[in-house]
Ligand binder design. Structure first.
Ligand SMILES: Nc1ncnc2c1ncn2[C@@H]1O[C@H](COP(=O)(O)OP(=O)(O)O)[C@@H](O)[C@H]1O
Ligand SMILES: CSC[C@H]1O[C@H](OP(=O)(O)O)[C@H](O)[C@@H]1O
Length: 418
């Protein structure tokens, strides 16, 4: 009730706020200086397929130019008005995109305009790219992805941390990116609901036994509680906060990260783990999407190779930034500290990856890689494989010393679930 009243008063204060119609989105997009030719005949289509916001695609057939107008609703679209959600997330998203573009140039869409009253951002149209989740379901490989995403994560995470920026300025930035509503979604959906009998949970009867096992595994609960506490308290760097393959646009030559409305200061491994988890969720679903055994083995080995490459490149790039740009005297001089810090990042990444896999199988919001499998028995197999990998990664996390251990977990779970 309190949240509802808070958000209602937020909406009342923004007197101009209302969800745009497709026509109004066209009118708004004409305010971007010198983008569309004067008198251009524009068309508008609401294309939002995410859980939270409106996304209008504005196009001019004559010039071939396009724009994206993304507007926050005062509630979570996937659930409806009964789940109020702050409009401030539009500010967080546009400020995060602008900062990410400075730290990792070319790896996010350009922001043309942010309007606080309407809670909307006008940004570069990336319709010549595909959403990576769909690309992977279609069996496509992305040769630039590991290089680009490791650069994106190393740069944005290092240079927003106490290692890579002035530590007093960092505290101001923590303040600017306080994001309680969106963090609460993650705290509930990822770090609580799957391990209890929550009304938010959403799993099929066929895997009720596996869902029950999650609720009764004390050792697992200990690991999740430790990871949850890191998410709640470890303001290590400015995270993207929701870095799944539905938040990445790709082509063979290009990578663009979108949708950082969950950005806040949190543990670095949460972003790295999100990328790993979503590659592994695709891995779990692929036995349905690719029927030929040799092709399946090849694609799965590409996915595991990507996990290895992403971690290794991230570790090397983060380490190189540490050597060249460290703003913390003791961190750079204390012998063994860099190795200690980066090993903790590996452990966190593995643990968070596991949590993110589990939530996509038994929690509120699922992934197309698995949910779109029409055959119930095949879908169940994929769900059980994802749960086995996810829980094993969570159990491993604090013991991990190499990414190879995570890969071994995937391989032995695969053998078990043929
Ligand atoms: N810059 C963009 N260019 C082209 N399409 C976009 C862009 N941003 C978002 N979209 C489309 O809108 C969809 C939802 O966007 P997203 O930012 O993920 O919204 P939500 O925050 O609701 O999840 C994307 O899956 C994509 O199809
Ligand atoms: C009730 S929000 C559920 C889920 O949706 C978000 O994803 P997206 O904005 O990309 O659709 C985020 O992952 C949340 O956990």
């Amino acid at each position: 009730m309190l949240i509802f009243l808070k958000i209602q008063s937020e909406v009342d204060k923004l007197s101009a706020y209302h969800p745009l119609t497709e026509q109004e989105a066209i009118e708004f997009s004409r305010s971007i200086p010198e983008f569309f030719p004067a008198g251009a005949v524009l068309t508008s289509r609401e294309i939002g397929d995410g859980n939270l916001n409106l996304v209008f695609h504005i196009t001019d057939a004559a010039s071939g130019k396009g724009l994206i107008v993304k507007q926050a609703l005062p509630y979570a679209k996937v659930v409806g008005e009964s789940w109020p959600l702050t409009l401030d997330r539009a500010r967080i998203e546009s400020e995060a995109l602008i900062l990410q573009n400075e730290l990792a140039p070319g790896l996010v869409p350009t922001v043309y305009k942010y309007d606080a009253e309407l809670a909307l951002t006008v940004m570069e149209d990336l319709s010549d790219h595909v959403i990576m989740r769909q690309g992977l379901v279609d069996g496509n490989k992305y040769p630039k992805f590991a290089e680009d995403i490791s650069t994106f994560m190393a740069n944005t995470l290092f240079f927003t941390s106490d290692l890579g920026m002035n530590q007093q300025d960092k505290k101001e930035r923590v303040k600017a990116f306080i994001n309680p509503d969106l963090c609460k979604i993650t705290e509930d959906l990822i770090f609580d609901d799957p391990y209890t009998d929550s009304p938010n949970n959403n799993f099929e009867a066929a895997i009720a036994d596996a869902a029950e096992a999650l609720r009764n595994d004390d050792a697992l609960h200990l690991e999740v509680a430790i990871l949850r506490n890191k998410f709640l308290t470890n303001a290590q760097a400015l995270l993207h906060g929701d870095l799944h393959t539905g938040s990445v646009f790709v082509t063979a030559q290009s990578t663009k990260v979108i949708d950082p409305e969950f950005a806040y200061y949190g543990p670095i491994g949460f972003d790295v783990g999100a990328v790993i988890a979503n590659l592994l969720l695709n891995y779990a679903g692929q036995a349905h999407w690719i029927k030929d055994e040799a092709e399946l083995a090849d694609f799965r080995s590409y996915l595991l190779g990507s996990v290895r490459e992403i971690w290794t490149k991230f570790e090397n790039k983060f380490g190189a930034l540490w050597d060249e740009h460290n703003a913390d005297r003791l961190a750079s001089s204390a012998s063994g500290y860099k190795q200690y810090y980066i090993n903790k990042l590996l452990q966190d990444s593995i643990g968070f990856a596991g949590c993110k896999m589990v939530r996509r199988i038994v929690g509120l919001a699922h992934v197309a890689d698995i949910d779109r499998i029409e055959d119930a028995a095949e879908r169940e197999k994929a769900q059980r494989l994802a749960l086995e990998i996810g829980t094993s990664l969570i159990h491993l996390n604090r013991q991990a010393i190499s990414i190879e251990q995570a890969i071994d977990i995937v391989l032995s779970a695969t053998t078990k679930h043929v």
